[in-house]
Write a protein that binds this ligand. Structure first.
Ligand code: HEC
Ligand code: HEC
Length: 247
């Protein structure tokens, strides 16, 4: 494909006519460009899932989310983050948040994979969720819905309940050192503002690590690896788990 494309490119000005195969090629290219465009919307949806009020102009709500359970351990703005009720692994009470300080007893969002964006947006505006009154705009809702419908990873394929990750550490080191190290340093300690090192996040919460590698970190310079296969992100995560956990 690579060689063929190069040959075509050289021949383009003099030789190409609008034959049926040529039109088909244009059509296929246009389609794949469009798919790429959706990928970046899904990534933004992932950032909103992480912490929408770091991105939306409306700012964080001041009260605890009305559907956050009274017996839960959190309060205030953080209870409005999707991840707080549904988990970094999207499995809610059936995943990593089955116990501990983030337990809510609320189910995950895996059941909404493949649903229409309209149906998901309706859920976000319902009486349980109450993301209304201008908290987010139509683009935010669309991207969140795209993430929920088409952007979730079945984390159980890559991360065991114990937190063990099944990627290739050696390959991951290559990606990490050429992509992530620029900002985080080879040891994951370079950004002083971070509460935890990259290694600490990857070891203590690999599901959060995978989500951020795929989608980026809200309101920061961090890029999203979403356009690459999930395996690449899993390899990076596997390597990140070998990095120092102390600052
Ligand atoms: C304070 C807790 C809470 C927060 C925060 C929250 N949800 Fe929910 N969510 C729920 C509850 C409770 C349900 C289950 C409602 C039901 O079963 O009637 C639910 C259900 C869902 C469902 C349907 C899942 C299915 O299986 O069909 C989706 C999708 C969803 N939430 C997405 C989101 C997104 C996206 C966000 C962030 C913008 C979010 N939720 C934030 C509590 C929350
Ligand atoms: C262009 C710079 C940049 C690149 C490249 C980058 N990051 Fe980040 N990353 C950031 C910034 C900035 C933050 C937010 C730091 C803060 O909390 O102030 C961040 C946050 C994180 C966090 C979350 C830390 C937390 O406190 O929750 C993790 C984990 C992380 N990055 C891992 C990675 C990995 C792995 C890669 C490679 C795939 C990567 N980053 C690539 C800039 C970058």
């Amino acid at each position: 494909m690579g060689v063929g494309t190069m040959t075509n490119r050289k021949a383009f000005p003099s030789k190409i006519g609008l034959t049926a195969p040529t039109l088909l090629m244009f059509f296929i290219t246009a389609l794949s460009l469009q798919a790429g465009e959706i990928e970046s919307n899904i990534a933004r949806g992932g950032l909103l899932y992480d912490k929408w009020y770091a991105i939306a102009d409306s700012g964080p709500p001041k009260v605890t989310h009305p559907s956050y359970p009274a017996e839960g351990k959190k309060k205030g703005r953080g209870t409005w983050r999707c991840k707080e009720c549904h988990g970094w692994d999207y499995n809610g009470k059936d995943g990593a948040y089955a116990k501990g300080s983030h337990f809510t007893g609320i189910k995950g969002i895996r059941g909404a994979v493949g649903k229409s964006t309209e149906a998901i947006i309706a859920i976000l505006k319902d009486s349980t969720h109450q993301y209304t009154g201008g908290m987010m705009n139509d683009d935010h809702f669309r991207d969140l819905a795209l993430f929920v419908s088409r952007g979730q990873v079945d984390t159980s394929k890559y991360i065991a309940a114990t937190g063990e990750v099944n990627g290739n550490q050696e390959k991951g080191a290559g990606y990490y050192n050429t992509i992530c190290a620029k900002c985080h340093g080879r040891d994951g300690r370079k950004i002083q503002d971070m509460e935890e090192t990259v290694g600490k996040v990857a070891v203590t919460n690999p599901w959060e690590g995978l989500h951020k590698i795929r989608n980026g970190h809200p309101a920061s310079e961090m890029l999203a690896l979403r356009a690459l296969p999930v395996d690449v992100a899993v390899d990076v995560l596997t390597h990140a788990r070998t990095l120092p956990v102390t600052k």
